[in-house]
Design a binder for this molecule. Structure first.
Ligand code: ADP
Ligand code: ZN
Length: 757
């Protein structure tokens, strides 16, 4: 029993403890936890740890933010935080509400996010946002309900009911199946199942979690030949070594690059590690997935913009737990939380599609190399037409050069010819030279396929009124409206603005006076239809085939020989095999050259090479024709000669002389506003405040080639710096010297710009 004294004593002790605690707290600041939120924030915010729980770096947590709740990630103790920047009374800190039951974001992913943010000058929160782009993954995993047998038998048995009962009979007891799945397996209508549920013969039960099929590295091993053997060996060793190495798999189209890098994937699987294959989004074809399936006996996980939210969540979690072994994805897949990544493949590494142009502006191929470096793993860059950057790295020995110079089939690359459009011009209002038309006719007669390539969607890039000369322009952009005849719309290719094709001129009201100027794929297709009315024709253009599924269906039809003539945009250039293709005609070989872009020639060469390389893949000798007004241009010359290295050497020499990448560094500052005057004034002011630094030149400001986009008037400044200059530090200093942008004024920094429009 406690006497009065001891009670008092007890109270005294409690007081002493409280006092000591308070002193302790004031001596040692309250423990704080930095939490990075996937928002436009520069730093982590500090929180108190959750009540009675610990929060370790990488944990996903729910935190209060203003009046709402948000999900963020516990960042690292030494992370720069808003608290350290502007100390706050620790007592005012809010506590983390609760940790989430999600696998933590791995250390390497966090370092990667920090690195990308630092390099691109993006807000770390916005980079984290890309790593969390699967919102449903952070919600409590709901187990889906299915149906199973209750043990009761129906009072009256029918054929359909018997089928349902049979379908639920598993080898070791009754199965649990989703209703829709059961209906399909039993071949009955959902009504039958509902009836059985109602009468108690079936009962609801939790569905077992979905398993990811496991790719088997030894499923169907390809017997490699010739140079492929040594190439695969180099790749396998790189994976086995488990340290950073960049390899350039530089092989002509059809040399077996895919087969060879599949061996690197197989090796990673043997090591119990994951693999990531990056493809430009538009190359994520059914054909590619089918090839993967044949080699590994299981489908890979796909990651791209067209996936459903629940699929995204499933893959995100599977990648984080390590259950998903291989991901095939677009550039955003780099930000998935791989538990144990063993190798990254970047297919078509030269593709400009790897550059992301909005929000966080980054070059996916370059960031893949960074991710590999941080993870201590190899990265394989694969291409038939490597970028100048990667090629220079391979020459200097920074990247391991892995060449494949022979086509597997032994088939030669198509013989190329230029058609000088000045000498053999098409008829007025037509776009195909008589030389090309004759070739198509012969190909058709031989029962073979032709492909006509024009990298321009729609019917005509410009429409004008014959009476008053009015040109149809986008109200929000400095751009002509492109007529799309199938959709009967005029469309802006920069902002998506659409309007019906007018019956009479909107300016002078003249009827039937609109004239289409120049060709788009639809117009070339129209010409083909008139020339070859019996031929089976297909147009491959993203606006006519908006979904990946539709694109895959048409591509499969072409591959199966159900089409004679294909007219397509760059959608046709990527990674498809059309075994029956014998002729490729490039309608406008000069199209890519007329840009104010230091990589224009390179891109033009790559695209033309890729398109013409579609021909003659199997046993057919392919032919390619380039319609051009400047056959003497080095791009056309080296193209015809089929001399890629000569083209690259010419290009390298030009870049070296001009101090362009990879021999110098570039960054762009794009200043835009709804009011042209405001943008101009800010751009001029920015120029004035540009810090002086040796071996750094600031060019501009100039009006952007497309001055107005979505109603914003744009000025560009270009920073050229020597290679060893810390360009990011320069840009930061500069941006910090500028007044905070007000109103509709916006400044965007683009490190290593690829888009100069
Ligand atoms: P690339 O990726 O270099 O264009 P692919 O890997 O697609 O080349 O190979 C071209 C074609 O040759 C494909 O149909 C591929 O299956 C086939 N092929 C390449 N190497 C082999 C091989 N060792 N054995 C069987 N088929 C091969
Ligand atoms: Zn527009």
């Amino acid at each position: 029993m406690l006497g009065i004294d001891s009670l008092a004593n007890h109270e005294h002790n409690v007081n002493v403890i409280c006092l000591t605690l308070e002193r302790l707290l004031s001596d040692f600041p309250l423990q704080t936890v930095p939490v990075l939120l996937p928002l436009a924030v520069e730093t982590a915010y500090d929180y108190r740890p959750p009540q009675g729980l610990e929060a370790a770096p990488g944990d996903f947590v729910e935190v209060p933010l203003g009046a709402t709740k948000r999900i963020g990630v516990v960042w690292d103790p030494n992370a720069r935080s808003a608290q350290k920047d502007a100390p706050l009374d620790p007592k005012k800190l809010k506590a983390i509400i609760a940790p989430l039951e999600v696998p933590p974001l791995p250390e390497v992913s966090r370092r990667f996010i920090d690195w990308v943010a630092h390099y691109t000058l993006a807000q770390p929160g916005m980079v984290l946002r890309m790593a969390m782009s699967a919102p449903e993954a952070f919600q409590p995993a709901t187990t889906r309900q299915g149906v199973t047998l209750s043990g009761q038998l129906p009072e009256r048995m029918t054929k359909a009911r018997q089928k349902v009962l049979d379908a639920l009979q598993g080898k070791s007891g009754p199965l649990v199946l989703a209703k829709s799945e059961l209906a399909v397996r039993a071949g009955v209508s959902p009504g039958v199942i509902d009836g059985l549920l109602k009468s108690g013969v079936l009962t609801m039960a939790d569905l077992p979690p979905e398993r990811f099929p496991e790719p088997n590295p030894n499923h169907t091993v390809t017997e490699l030949r010739g140079q492929q053997i040594a190439a695969a060996q180099t790749l396998r060793e790189a994976v086995r070594a488990q340290r950073y190495q960049a390899l350039l798999l530089d092989g002509v189209t059809g040399s077996g690059k895919t087969e060879v890098y599949f061996e690197a994937v197989a090796e990673a699987l043997r090591q119990g590690r994951q693999a990531l294959i990056l493809l430009p989004e538009i190359a994520l074809t059914g054909q590619f997935l089918a090839r993967f399936f044949m080699r590994f006996g299981a489908a890979p996980a796909e990651w791209h913009s067209a996936m459903t939210p629940s699929r995204r969540a499933k893959i995100w979690r599977g990648v984080a737990t390590g259950e998903v072994k291989v991901v095939i994805g677009a550039r955003s897949a780099l930000f998935l939380p791989f538990k144990n990544l063993g190798v990254i493949i970047v297919d078509e590494e030269h593709e400009p599609a790897y550059k992301q142009e909005d929000r966080v502006i980054y070059q996916g191929r370059d960031m893949a190399v960074v991710r590999a470096h941080l993870g201590g793993i190899p990265v394989v860059l694969s291409s038939a037409t490597p970028s100048v950057e990667s090629f220079v790295n391979a020459q200097s020995g920074r990247y391991t050069h892995v060449p494949l110079t022979e086509r597997f089939s032994g088939a030669e690359l198509p013989a190329l010819e230029a058609i000088d459009m000045r000498e053999a011009p098409p008829e007025r209002g037509h776009w195909l030279s008589p030389v090309l038309v004759k070739e198509i006719a012969e190909t058709l007669a031989a029962g073979q396929q032709s492909l006509l390539f024009l990298n321009r969607r729609g019917y005509a890039p410009l429409t004008l009124c014959r009476k008053c000369g009015h040109r149809y322009e986008c109200p929000q952009c400095t751009a002509w409206l492109v007529e799309h005849r199938y959709k009967q719309k005029m469309q802006c290719h920069h902002c998506g603005f659409e309007t019906p094709v007018p019956q009479k001129c909107i300016s002078c009201e003249a009827e039937n006076a609109l004239a289409a100027c120049g060709p788009g794929v639809e117009r070339v297709a129209e010409e083909v239809k008139t020339l070859f009315p019996k031929a089976r024709l297909a147009i491959l253009s993203s606006d006519l085939l908006p979904s990946l599924k539709e694109q895959r269906t048409l591509l499969a039809k072409i591959a199966a020989g159900e089409v004679d003539i294909i007219v397509g945009t760059q959608l046709v250039a990527k990674g498809h095999h059309f075994p029956g293709l014998a002729l490729v005609g490039v309608v406008d070989g000069d199209l890519g050259l007329s840009q104010s872009d230091p990589r224009a020639a390179e891109r033009c060469w790559q695209l033309l090479h890729q398109v013409t390389g579609r021909a003659g893949r199997a046993d057919i000798k392919g032919r390619g024709f380039l319609q051009t007004y400047m056959p003497e241009h080095p791009v056309m010359q080296t193209m015809i000669e089929g001399d890629r290295d000569k083209f690259l050497q010419l290009e390298i020499a030009i870049r070296k002389r001009a101090g362009l990448p990879p021999f110098g560094r570039l960054a762009a500052l794009i200043i835009s506003s709804k009011h042209p005057g405001e943008a101009a004034a800010d751009a001029a002011n920015a120029r004035r405040l540009a810090p002086f630094a040796e071996r750094v030149t600031v060019l501009g400001p100039t009006e952007a080639p497309i001055f107005k986009i979505r109603g914003r008037h744009r000025f560009r400044l270009l920073v050229k710096a020597a290679k060893e200059i810390d360009l990011q530090a320069y840009m930061r200093t500069w941006l910090q010297a500028l007044p905070a942008p007000r109103g509709s004024l916006r400044r965007v920094c683009d490190i290593d710009p690829y888009n100069f429009m």
